[in-house]
Design a protein. Structure first.
Length: 245
């Protein structure tokens, strides 16, 4: 009981100092435009410059951040920087590139990306900050890179599961025809109109493709007007006979 009383009196004695320190902390961290300091740094191996560099950012002291990097490497965390630490040891060099006030994590990443664009470090695996335009370009590159593979995988899947897919389509069609026959009639007419419209709008383009041999099968001396026609021909008995003989 006496200990609690003495502790209470001591707290009252230091109340003014506590309030001053707290107010100072609040004004520094939050009232100054809600900003806090971050540090951008670079890691490299002075004796092996061919390894490359790594750029990062942190709110911690640089010495503390380096300790965290070494611990992550010991825990087998993935990443080029940690692979380099495990291979060449933790005796790397690091330097402060700049210290900046930021208001959020996004701004921190922007400063980090600024240094990455300038130094082009080899040990950074991904961009630190991406704009909306960067995301669009990355998605487009990814789509173009794997487009042919996705198309081929879908084609193989349809061939292997043709019976199952046809049965599912038949069940779906019969269910829809039973529950909403008017919709089925309208949908058939819409598809028919779209097909006619497509043929009329692209007749000249397809004819030109046939004349120029844009989609051509050399084995059968056959010119298609569009890719689906050529794909259908490649699956035909005529093409199989010409390629096997």
């Amino acid at each position: 009981m006496a200990f609690r009383v003495l502790r209470f009196l001591n707290d009252l004695k230091n109340e003014k100092s506590i309030k001053q320190n707290y107010t100072k902390y609040i004004s520094k961290q939050y009232l100054m435009n809600n900003s806090y300091p971050i540090k951008c740094y670079k890691i490299w191996w002075e004796e092996k410059p061919e390894i490359g560099e790594y750029v990062g950012s942190t709110k911690q002291k640089l010495s503390v951040r380096m300790v965290n990097h070494r611990q992550s490497a010991k825990k087998n965390q993935s990443g080029k920087i940690y692979d380099a630490m495990r291979s060449y040891g933790g005796a790397f060099k690091y330097v402060l590139l700049g210290e900046y006030p930021v208001e959020n994590y996004e701004q921190q990443r922007m400063y980090e990306q600024k240094w990455m664009d300038e130094l082009k470090p080899a040990l950074n695996m991904i961009r630190s900050y991406k704009t909306v335009e960067d995301h669009k370009q990355e998605q487009q590159r990814s789509y173009l890179k794997y487009r042919d593979k996705r198309i081929e995988d879908a084609r193989v899947y349809r061939r292997k599961n043709a019976t199952y897919l046809n049965e599912q389509r038949r069940i779906k069609y019969n269910t829809l025809l039973k529950n909403n026959p008017e919709y089925v009639v309208k949908e058939k007419q819409r598809q028919k109109d779209n097909a006619s419209k497509y043929k009329s709008n692209n007749r000249q383009r397809h004819q030109l493709a046939r004349e120029e041999g844009t989609y051509r099968c050399e084995s059968c001396n056959y010119n298609a007007g569009r890719i689906p026609e050529l794909q259908t021909h490649l699956l035909s008995l005529k093409h199989q006979r010409n390629t096997t003989t």
